[in-house]
Design a protein around this ligand. Sequence first.
Ligand code: HEC
Length: 254
Amino acid sequence: MKIKILLSLCVAAVIGFSGPVHAAGEHIELPKQQWSFDGMTGTFDRGAMQRGFQVYKQVCSACHGLNRLSYRNLAALGYNEAEIKAIAAEATITDGPNDEGEMFERPGRPSDAFKKPFANDNAARYANNGALPPDLSLIVRSRAGGPDYVYALMTGYGDAPADVKMNEGMHYNKYFPGHQIAMAAPLVAGAVTYGDGTDASVEQMAKDVATFLAWASEPVMEIRKQTGIKVMIFLLVFSVLMYATKRKVWKDLH
Ligand code: HEC
């Protein structure tokens, strides 16, 4: 019995459930989606990640940064070196100062961090009706519901109920706390054309971008899970060995 309790404690510690912080106020029920990365053995679906990156790049990156990622991190999505070089080179990066003390522009390199959409927060607010589009690097970890929340937010736009008075420039969203969000619905069907022929419905793009952002929030998730499983197997084998040893050592004393 004790071994069981000990084992489950170890398991809990190894898996390290770190529940997201719940915001105070009205509780909004989020529909639960099926994710390839659910559970102890779940992994990120590479196809969904690549599609999600495409959605981020072509839609979200106009307003949202991903400051914890560099272009070379995209190798985890299955892109090769040449592809990553090409993706990085699409960005124009301000570098410097050069020998003359001037800043200059150059194409991005794989080692560069993802380019920020705005020079600073003031510029970002000015372009967005006073609201600051948050950096999305950790959004999946920092919002209750994680990927379910991102999916729900993307698909939760609609007309405000008659009794809700909307503030100017705000958009009704079922799943945003308070229901008034400064971000207009970012996804419309067909907003991107997927290279793999997948139909770009709003739901599909929402699911893909949430998968991509889940990876961005925890790029080492797969390694963490693998290590957890290895540690558990080790603990199990170790416990059996210790038990057998104990029996052997104490055998004659019974
Ligand atoms: C035109 C600019 C713009 C685009 C494009 C855009 N967003 Fe936003 N987004 C915003 C702004 C502004 C906010 C802050 C809204 C607020 O606080 O009311 C925001 C907030 C968010 C939030 C945080 C909501 C919260 O709980 O605080 C998420 C998640 C998000 N956006 C995801 C996305 C994704 C994913 C895309 C691409 C599919 C995207 N956004 C495209 C402007 C944009």
